[in-house]
Unconditional design. Structure first.
Lengths: 289, 268
């Protein structure tokens, strides 16, 4: 019952957004709302705001007019798959690093005081400033025969955004067990490690799951932005820039990679939800005696 | 044969902010014989829980010493000589009832089949065999507490430490749990140190009731109840005249004129 309701409400939300778009396009002034020379609402012509139909039909036309060009949707799917792969690598690195930091901070009070401000501060560094730096340092690295690839820089930057919610969420989760539970473990005379495995990590899961979801969203955003600023070809980030230049003659085209990015986000959120489903039993609350 | 618990002139002082401190326990002397059931009773904040925590080695005395089965409290904890139950059942919500009872066994490396067998045995003992695969949030407060007690018995300790385990239960559940606890003690022969603020509960369960006065926590009196061995107690006891006499004795000791001198001389 609530499940169908949820799905229904989600559909209604999407439809409402489409209706809003088309209604403004139909009723809004052609030159937008301008107050004191500032455009506060956009122009409604077909170039600035193409019809939804234009966006979707464009997906099934070829990418370019060149012969043998594939359909736009297949190019977007390919690019989205590429970006999703990089985002996944970034997410995994971010989760591992975030967990390790959280465990370290939980174990040593001093590590918490020393690390936590830096963890928070790390997120204030603009991604745009970071990307060329990472790519530049990476370009000088050699691992025997293997060389640092640009996609690795992108994944690294994605992980840089992903680790933050995980480290903060996991730290809260690891510190969430009741005093009574911690003392129970003490009466069992078990050490820090066994307490971590049997008590702290399972107790952290309700805190960890939202953090993983945030991390997934961050990893996708990080991937797309880093693709743009590093100039990595093959993903939706670069595709957005390329297609944006075509918007004057082909207004439906730039929307295709945006849809691609949305789909990546949905898939990422779905995967994390699936993880949450697998960890269901760790999420039930205890009724106080 | 050494005592289950020997407390020798133990004091506990908690430091507060700005150099102040509060004396939670002062010069406590107490001996608990093997198989004996001793209740600690007193008003809130009298230090009865602190005394239990000292015996469990969850806190250390500021001065004095504590022995459990002739060892230091710390060694007894490491050797798992006691089982413990708190006011909150403290079950891990992600483990089934069986998983919770198995927890101490699992942590101490008992094999899976042995664990299962022991858990089934304990579940039968506390009358929850039908609930083995349930999760704590599917149980009532009384059932959760029975699971916690089964867990405290998992390693067949010679000493049980209980900190108001029935404090959060309603009166009827509480009396039923008391009956069960008396039966469990008769069956296991374990010594029990039981913290409570209920006079009838202390009298019904105990061989001796230790009355503690607050600030600083001192033993005011130790009331021998002598209602017969655990095996002979049953529901009817709550209406026996000896029961009421003992309740009155404990009540008088609790509310009696504050004495400057510690009257708990019989423990020395």
């Amino acid at each position: 019952m609530t499940r169908t309701r949820g799905i229904l409400l989600g559909v209604v939300g999407v439809v409402l957004l489409g209706v809003l778009w088309e209604a403004y396009k139909a009723l809004g002034p052609a030159n937008g709302f301008v107050i004191n020379g500032l455009t506060v609402l956009p122009r409604t012509n077909d170039l600035a705001m193409p019809h939804l139909v234009t966006m979707f039909t464009r997906l099934f036309e070829p990418v370019t007019s060149a012969p043998g060009s594939p359909a736009l949707w297949s190019a977007v799917v390919q690019a989205a798959g590429f970006s999703l792969g990089i985002a996944a690598v970034g997410w995994i690195i971010g989760v591992v690093v975030g967990m390790l930091l959280a465990v370290l901070m939980q174990r040593f009070r001093t590590a918490e005081s020393a690390l936590l401000p830096w963890v928070v501060l790390s997120q204030t560094v603009p991604l745009i400033a970071l990307a060329p730096l990472v790519a530049g340092i990476g370009a000088q690295l050699r691992f025997g025969e293997a060389r640092w690839q640009d996609w690795m820089s992108v994944a690294l930057i994605a992980s840089y955004l992903a680790f933050f919610p995980v480290s903060v969420g996991a730290l809260r989760g690891l510190e969430s067990p009741d005093r009574a539970h911690v003392e129970l473990m003490r009466t069992y005379a078990v050490g820090w490690w066994k307490t971590l495995i049997t008590l702290r990590i399972p107790a952290s899961i309700p805190y960890l799951l939202p953090a993983l979801r945030l991390a997934a969203a961050n990893a996708v955003i990080g991937t797309v932005v880093a693709e743009v600023s590093i100039g990595l070809r093959g993903g939706v980030g670069r595709m957005m820039i390329e297609y944006a230049s075509a918007s004057s003659g082909d207004p439906g085209k730039p929307w295709a990679p945006i849809f691609g990015a949305v789909v990546i986000g949905l898939i990422a959120a779905g995967l994390v939800a699936a993880i949450g489903l697998g960890l269901r039993k760790y999420r039930q609350g205890e009724v106080p005696a | 044969m050494s005592n289950a618990v020997t407390v020798n002139a133990a004091s506990k002082i908690f430091p507060l902010a700005r150099g102040k401190s509060v004396v939670a326990l002062e010069e406590i002397d107490l001996a608990v014989a093997p198989g004996e059931f001793v209740s600690l009773i007193g008003p809130s904040g009298c230090g009865k829980s602190t005394l239990l925590r000292l015996i469990a080695d969850l806190d250390q005395p500021t001065s004095g010493s504590i022995e459990v089965f002739g060892k230091t409290a710390r060694q007894a904890r490491i050797d798992q000589d006691y089982g413990i139950a708190f006011q909150q059942a403290g079950l891990l919500p992600w483990r089934s009832v069986t998983g919770n009872i198995e927890l101490p066994l699992e942590l101490h490396g008992v094999g899976k089949t042995a664990r299962r067998a022991r858990a089934a045995e304990l579940l039968a003992l506390v009358g929850l065999s039908d609930f083995a695969d349930r999760y704590p949030d599917q149980l009532s407060g009384g059932m959760q507490q029975r699971v916690a007690i089964a867990r405290s018995l998992a390693e067949s300790p010679e000493l049980l430490l209980m900190d108001e385990p029935f404090g959060a239960l309603d009166e009827m559940t509480r009396e039923r749990m008391q009956d069960e606890l008396v039966r469990l003690c008769a069956e296991t022969g374990a010594a029990v140190v039981f913290v409570t603020h209920s006079i009838p509960e202390a009298v019904f369960l105990s061989d001796r009731v230790v009355v503690i006065s607050p600030r600083p926590g001192r033993i005011r009196e130790i009331v021998p109840v002598g209602l017969g061995s655990a095996g002979n107690r049953e529901e009817g006891l709550r209406e026996a005249s000896g029961f009421f006499a003992a309740v009155s004795a404990v009540r008088e000791a609790l509310h009696g004129a504050p004495t400057a001198e510690v009257r708990g001389g019989e423990t020395r």
